[in-house]
Design a protein around this ligand. Structure first.
Ligand code: PRP
Length: 180
């Protein structure tokens, strides 16, 4: 394990197996349809890349970039789109692919704003769910793992942009973020 880690929460094998299960479930549910996976930069890119390779129906993908809310904006739930989708989602089957749902503010906002564009359907797939931190409701259709309220990094998740490339998910030693 990386020396900044406290313990491995989800091993590479555990993640791979669950991603394959999610891909199979999504492939069954969308049989006969084309899927447009929409991911939020940057953390979800790793999960998206693995997930779409486990999906057997035609799968397109696109990305949005969203501003992280400052502490004052957080209570209002205000989130801003910095980079919008390249494609039109009207009439398409859209699956939002996210790495983690924490407060829910990001996904609540994105789902609302995409719904305005009249997709044929809109669902949410997240690798990780931290329900103990939820501030606004999010309707998650596909959920990889429910995790406790701990600081986790790896497999796309960062601390100050580090650790995204780790193939597993680990908890971070408190000294690492307390020193900062
Ligand atoms: C993380 C994660 C989600 C969001 C979840 O992104 O990827 O988009 O936070 O938090 P919420 O449920 O409280 O809104 P982050 O802002 O860390 O950006 P990143 O993906 O570039 O790491």
């Amino acid at each position: 394990m990386h020396p900044d880690g406290e313990r491995i929460l989800l091993s590479e094998e555990t993640i791979r197996a669950r991603v394959a299960e999610l891909g199979a479930e999504i492939s069954r549910d969308y049989a006969g349809k084309e899927l447009l996976a929409v991911s939020i930069l940057k953390g979800a890119a790793i999960f998206l890349a693995d997930l779409v390779r486990c999906i057997t129906v035609p799968a397109f993908f696109d990305f949005v970039a969203i501003s992280s809310y400052g502490s004052s904006a957080k209570s209002s739930g205000a989130v801003r789109i910095l980079k919008d989708l390249d494609c039109n989602i009207g009439g398409r089957h859209v699956l939002i692919v996210e790495d983690i749902v924490d407060s829910g503010l990001t996904l609540n906002y994105l789902a609302d704003s995409l719904n305005f564009r009249d997709p044929a359907s809109l669902r949410i797939c997240t690798l990780l769910d931290k329900p103990s931190r939820r501030e606004v409701p999010v309707n998650i259709h596909y959920n990889g793992f429910v995790i406790p309220d701990e600081f986790v990094v790896g497999y796309g998740l960062d601390y100050n942009e580090r650790y995204r490339n780790l193939p597993y998910i680990m908890t971070l030693r408190p000294q690492i973020y307390e020193e900062a």
